[in-house]
Design a protein around this ligand. Structure first.
Ligand code: KG4
Ligand code: ZN
Length: 338
């Protein structure tokens, strides 16, 4: 059924609350993509409980791997390598997936490949949009990351800029908590902002400087000071306008740094990944801005946006063809950076 030269990679993902295994062929052909979600066990606690997550990963990992093999219609012996997320994430969960991957690779005498979860999220775009031709720019914006990357080839990227303090999603979450709007902050800020106008002038750090880095902590302080001043003067808080003005400042910073890179690197397209990429105002404004440069904007299909193992197998494939294998001594790294 498979050509001899086909490369079959198993990916394993267990960094948060999904236990996932997948098989891809030659990088981006997804033969199976099995995800066991633990959300029902965590919901009543209002968030992921690490201890429960580790135990559920242990329970699910072997059945999920077997299902991924069965769905792909292959035997373990046909795998060319086994890839697993080794960070960032919850250490207990990471260890379960890593150990399973190492054991399988060792038993098969095939390469073991440790994959950065964030790189996985980026490769989800290439699975969804097979026609993306490098060079491309990628903006990864989540609760833990704000990274601007340049892909010269699919397997080769360079980090142009990253946040110097808070991640974009973290800023949304902190401001939402400060304004008592709830969690996660992104969606509630977006919803609140839709009822207001971006009339308050908050800072857009670094956009006029010779850097692709981001910084959101000054913005956070500016919002907090604004609110305190309003409270001291005994004025009613214009929460919708504050949310809209804050959101616009984040969006302007993201777009300004990205457009600087567009001018410098002349990419064929731009891809967005991470939870903040769900922000519709950001998507619309960025899309409009990129149209001026005739550039399409891509994001992954929904089932590849959330945690899955197909993206880990895809990222693992590009490490595999570059000979970038990992030693079996590779440890989990909860704070791994790109
Ligand atoms: O990538 P993700 O699901 O998880 C990790 O951080 O790994 O990203 C979650 C982040 C949270 O900070 C959340 O507030 C933010 O994405 N987010 C949004 C929106 N939806 C989620 N931020 C802005 N606008 C949104 N609509
Ligand atoms: Zn993730």
């Amino acid at each position: 059924m498979f050509e001899k030269e086909d490369v079959l990679i198993m990916g394993i993902e267990s960094s948060c609350d999904e236990t996932a295994a997948a098989v891809t062929r030659n990088g981006l052909d997804v033969l199976s993509n099995v995800v066991a979600s633990q959300v029902d066990w965590h919901r009543k606690f209002g968030g992921v409980v690490p201890e429960i997550a580790s135990r559920k990963h242990l329970e699910f990992i072997n059945p999920v791997i077997n299902e991924a093999l069965a769905e792909a219609g292959i035997e373990t012996g046909e795998l060319d390598a086994v890839a697993a997320t080794y960070g960032p994430g919850l250490v207990g969960g990471l260890l379960v997936g890593l150990s399973a991957a190492k054991a399988l690779a060792y038993a098969l005498d095939k390469p073991f490949i440790g994959v950065n979860h964030i790189a996985g999220h980026i490769y989800a775009n290439f699975i969804t949009h097979r026609d993306i031709e490098p060079p491309v720019l990628c903006l990864t914006i989540s609760g833990g990351h704000t990274d601007l990357l340049y892909f010269k080839e699919l397997g080769q990227y360079k980090i142009l800029g990253r946040t110097r303090d808070d991640a974009a999603g973290e800023a949304f979450d902190k401001i939402a908590r400060f304004l008592k709007l709830g969690y996660p902050g992104g969606p509630v800020i977006e919803e609140t902002a839709a009822r207001g106008e971006a009339v308050i002038s908050f800072p857009r750090a670094l956009i006029d400087e010779d850097t692709y880095d981001f910084s959101f902590s000054g913005l956070k302080t500016a919002v907090i000071n604004y609110v305190h001043n309003q409270q001291q003067r005994g004025e009613d808080l214009d929460v919708a306008n504050i949310a809209a003005s804050f959101q616009q400042a984040v969006i302007d910073s993201l777009i300004a740094q990205l457009i600087k890179a567009v001018k410098e690197f002349d990419p064929t397209s731009v891809i967005l990944s991470g939870g903040v990429a769900a922000n519709r105002t950001l998507r619309e404004q960025l899309k409009g801005e990129l149209e001026k440069y005739n550039l399409p904007l891509y994001y992954p299909e929904l089932k590849l946006c959330t945690d899955n193992a197909a993206m880990i197998a895809a990222a693992g494939y590009y490490q595999y063809i570059n000979g970038n294998y990992s030693p079996l001594s590779l440890n989990a790294d909860p704070n791994l950076k790109l």
